[in-house]
Design a protein around this ligand. Structure first.
Ligand code: PHE
Length: 339
């Protein structure tokens, strides 16, 4: 039995078979156990002889099984390694890499510029109260200028912010002017009940800017906007300021940039004028300062709100704003700087 078993063990070629062999030989119903169990019936003299022989056989078998097991395991490992070996000279599979959304790239660009000029970046909630979105911006409930921003209301008091200007009010309220001027920008998404077309989307981006200090003038505003235009558009574009109206600034201006990508006929973007509006701005209205707890006799400043979507359209010659929101990778991956 021993010789045959040893041969069986050595000839076993896989691990589960080997386990079967082990159970058959050494398990509770195996021949060795049976012999040991049968010892009871033997005479006193025979017992130790049979016992030690049975033990010897068992040890021998166990050892052989273990040895075979490690041989098989080793062989298995070697086969696996061979199968999985990597040819480092083969060309790699290309890994598709994402890129920041083109509008996020514009926002990052503008943030960098303003951070460099000592501004802080502040974010605010997209679901706002009527109070911050309108009232604190000098737009009481029945003010006709509310129509300029057709708003998604959630309740009478809660709405999707239609502009990033409420972040102005929130930041001014908290700012400690004894510690120095307030210089901030606030990027984010805003919502309006506009019908989507080439230049309008019910969801778009704004970056609000605000500077409050003593002795701030319209000249500071103009210089800041020129720096911004230079940074984003270089010399390829002309910028013009037009007098305008916003309830929260007085005087107010709008900035237009030359609409290069489709001058003249058939232009969806600038509607034949050759200009596209990219920004509203002005000197902060005394009422806005007062409501935020800032003394308009001592402090003043300028604010602007610009549209990164339109900046992106101009910079890259995109003729339909809706492209930014369709999430078509073929469109978006064109703005992958890594190529
Ligand atoms: N919030 C204005 C808008 O959405 C833009 C603006 C901001 C104008 C700050 C002046 C000052 O139209």
């Amino acid at each position: 039995l021993e010789q045959k078993s040893l041969k069986d063990i050595k000839e076993t070629v896989d691990l589960s078979k080997l386990n079967e062999v082990r159970v058959n030989l050494l398990g509770k119903k195996g021949p060795i156990t049976e012999v040991l169990r049968g010892m009871r019936e033997l005479s006193k003299e025979e017992r130790p002889k049979v016992g030690s022989f049975a033990n010897e056989v068992r040890d021998n078998l166990t050892e052989t099984i273990e040895k075979r097991r490690s041989e098989l395991e080793q062989a298995h490992l070697e086969r696996k390694l061979k199968r999985e070996s990597i040819d480092v000279t083969l060309p790699g599979k290309p890994v598709a890499q994402g890129n920041p959304h083109v509008i996020q790239q514009i926002i990052d660009n503008i943030e960098d510029l303003f951070l460099g000029m000592g501004y802080q970046v502040v974010e605010g909630p997209e679901v706002e109260t009527d109070r911050y979105n309108f009232e604190m911006m000098n737009l009481p409930k029945d003010h006709p200028a509310r129509d300029m921003q057709d708003t998604f209301y959630i309740t009478d008091e809660i709405l999707m912010r239609s502009q990033t200007s409420p972040v102005q009010a929130r930041t001014m309220e908290k700012h400690d002017f004894s510690k120095g001027p307030l210089k901030m920008i606030s990027p984010g998404v805003v919502y309006r009940r506009d019908t989507d077309d080439a230049t309008h989307s019910h969801q778009f981006h704004q970056i609000e800017g605000l500077v409050i200090d003593k002795h701030i003038t319209m000249g500071d505003l103009k210089g800041t906007l020129e720096t911004l235009a230079q940074e984003l558009f270089g010399d390829r574009f002309e910028v013009r300021l037009r007098p305008s109206y916003f309830p929260f600034t007085e005087p107010s201006v709008e900035a237009d940039v030359t609409c290069f990508n489709c001058m003249g006929e058939g232009c969806k973007v600038c509607k034949y004028t050759g200009w596209i509006e990219v920004l509203g701005a002005g000197m902060v209205h005394p009422n806005v300062l007062k409501m935020a707890g800032v003394d308009p006799e001592v402090y003043g400043g300028f604010a602007f709100g610009l549209g990164p979507d339109r900046f992106a359209m101009l910079r890259y010659g995109v003729d339909d704003i809706r492209n930014f929101y369709l999430n078509d990778v073929r469109f978006l991956s064109q703005f992958n700087k890594r190529g």
